[in-house]
Write a protein that binds this ligand. Structure first.
Ligand code: HEM
Length: 537
């Protein structure tokens, strides 16, 4: 009896495996047939782009950000304005766009939805309602609620407190310069950007540049799990129980901290405050809550749980999106300046004609008139140039059956959703390094952004580090302003010198290549020494 049962069980298991294999083979042939003939690298009728993927993996360091994959493929196979890459079943098929008008077609004209992979990647860290991954009405509502928190007039009121944090940064850099120790500039900048985002979002000083802070520490631990975890690059990382436990524990600390801040602010508010101008992103959230629910005595006593959950998710999203990208930009800006002496002297000349000589006086000047930050064309050009060469973030959309793209050269039309789940990836990195749009593309040449540029100006949509269209970065203005304050207070006093460990890998000669770490982070954290400069050169 037992033998018959085992035999039946074996037959059933065998039949299941065979059925699964047949299903897989049918799916594979259908998949390859639909992807075949689309623009891209050489396509194998059965393996698709898997052989190309192997060649690519052998040519690049293992930890590179996908930006490097897309740039490598374009160069290796001399690809056109867009191309498809299909390594299924290792990952979803991807449509990479490297032409400004085609990129605008999918983000500005059609505003394709965020790919579900974004939510998959971020939900454990930022919650399911997070604005960066949400679509449809959830996204629209969140964007409408929080947009006023990022209006210029509001941001200018936050500048004075940002200046305090950047003064602390200049002291930290001064100590590093005096000790001549090798620092990871990105880590130093990250602490600053946490403190600054704390001011904008919570209205408090997190003080992480000088001492440890429970929120910042939990966020930083959490970031380690965003390196390649939960991505198609390491699908098994998502099921590691120890990792899952750590993520859960960090999320509890972060949610607890932000929840307490929210509750405290909620408890302190009275009716007069609800109509006052919101001062922080938390205030913006509470004002919306009060407007929606009405400020009756009962509503003022307890906060609706769903609202509280969603507000915490958005606040986490702002802290996450608002510290990481900026610390990368600050550290890479100092790095690029260290490679371009002409840019340093022009920048310092601009700062010296705009501001008084000392850091303290400059800080006072910005506090008194934050709008002076709008009178720094060369500093702005340096920031734009840094973001062109090193865009720290990107958008990942999903194709739609009703949206097609047209090759501007041939007029041929192609689908954005040749197969279910196709990723649509307008690539700011590939665009930013294309000589056709940015002559002398690998050079750090801030002059290209000035009216008297020595090279042809790029078409508007070629520069898209904040993406474009209705879902562009909500914090772009704030981000640029923060970096400008850093430049104004630190770029005359300090210069950076990169110091690399022996035998460090590079991509196209660049040792600060982009690696995936939540966003695109510079490999090695930009290691080097700070040096003090005389104020006049
Ligand atoms: C140099 C600094 C920054 C860069 C390069 C950057 C870049 C980006 C990019 C490329 C996107 C994706 C847009 C899309 O998917 O179409 C994005 C979205 C977003 N960013 Fe930023 N960002 C920066 C700073 C900030 C700051 C300071 C904040 C908040 C304080 C922020 C909050 C967000 C949010 C909430 C989204 C999602 C917007 C939406 O889906 O509607 N970012 N950012």
């Amino acid at each position: 009896m037992a033998l018959i049962s085992w035999d039946s069980a074996f037959r059933a298991a065998f039949a299941t495996v065979v059925a699964y294999l047949i299903h897989f083979i049918i799916k594979l042939f259908r998949h390859r047939r639909q992807m075949m003939g689309l623009p891209g690298p050489p396509y194998h009728p059965i393996l698709g782009h898997l052989p190309v993927a192997i060649e690519m993996a052998r040519s690049l360091p293992p930890d590179v950000h996908p930006h490097h994959y897309w740039a490598w493929l374009k160069k290796r196979y001399n690809l056109g304005p867009f191309y498809y890459f299909d390594a299924w079943p290792m990952g979803p098929p991807t449509l990479i766009i490297c032409e400004p008008e085609v990129a605008d077609h999918v983000t500005v004209k059609h505003n394709l939805d965020k790919h579900p992979m974004v939510k998959q990647y971020l939900k454990q860290h930022l919650g399911t309602d997070n604005m960066a991954a949400a679509n449809g009405i959830v996204w629209k509502r969140a964007r409408t609620v929080y947009n006023p928190g990022f209006a210029t007039s509001h941001l200018m009121t936050v500048i004075a407190s940002i200046v305090d944090d950047v003064v602390t940064l200049s002291e930290v850099l001064g100590e590093a310069a005096d000790s001549s120790e090798v620092i990871q500039l990105e880590t130093v900048a990250m602490k600053l950007s946490f403190d600054v985002i704390g001011r904008l979002v919570l209205g408090v000083s997190l003080g992480s540049q000088r001492k440890s802070n429970v929120l910042v520490d939990a966020f930083r631990r959490q970031l380690h799990f965003l390196s390649s975890s939960n991505t198609w690059a390491s699908p098994l990382a998502g099921v590691n129980p120890l990792q899952q436990f750590s993520i859960w524990r960090n999320a509890r600390v972060i949610d607890g901290y932000l929840g307490r801040e929210l509750d405290e602010r909620f408890a302190k508010q009275d009716e007069s405050e609800t109509t006052a101008r919101p001062r922080t992103i938390i205030d913006v959230a509470l004002r919306t809550y009060n407007e929606d629910r009405g400020t009756t005595a009962a509503n003022m006593r307890t906060m609706d749980a769903a609202f509280r959950r969603s507000a915490i998710d958005q606040i986490k999203t702002f802290v996450f999106a608002g510290h990481d990208t900026i610390s990368t930009t600050i550290s890479m800006l100092f790095y690029y300046l260290s490679t371009a002496p002409h840019a340093v002297s022009t920048l310092r000349a601009e700062l010296s004609t705009t501001f008084p000589p000392t850091t303290a006086e400059t800080a006072a000047r910005i506090r008194a008139d934050p709008y002076i930050l709008n009178s720094l064309p060369y500093a702005t050009a340096c920031i734009k140039e840094t973001l062109r060469l090193f865009p720290p973030a990107n958008t990942v959309r999903i194709g739609s059956p009703s949206v097609h793209i047209t090759d501007p050269g041939t007029g041929a039309t192609y689908p954005t959703l040749p197969r279910p789940g196709t990723v649509v990836w307008p690539d700011a990195y590939v665009l930013g390094r294309d000589d056709a749009y940015f002559p002398r593309a690998t050079e750090f040449l801030p002059e290209r952004w000035l009216p008297e540029s020595p090279v042809a100006q790029a078409p508007v949509g070629a520069w898209r580090p904040f993406e474009r269209g209705p879902r562009n970065c909500i914090g772009s203005e704030f981000g640029v302003m923060e970096v400008k304050v850093v430049v104004a207070l630190c770029a005359r006093e300090f210069e950076f010198e990169a110091v690399w460990p022996e035998g460090v890998a590079d991509v196209d000669g660049e040792r600060c290549y982009q690696m995936l770490f939540g966003s695109a982070k510079p490999k090695g954290g930009v290691p080097g020494r700070m040096k003090r400069m005389g104020r006049n050169g």
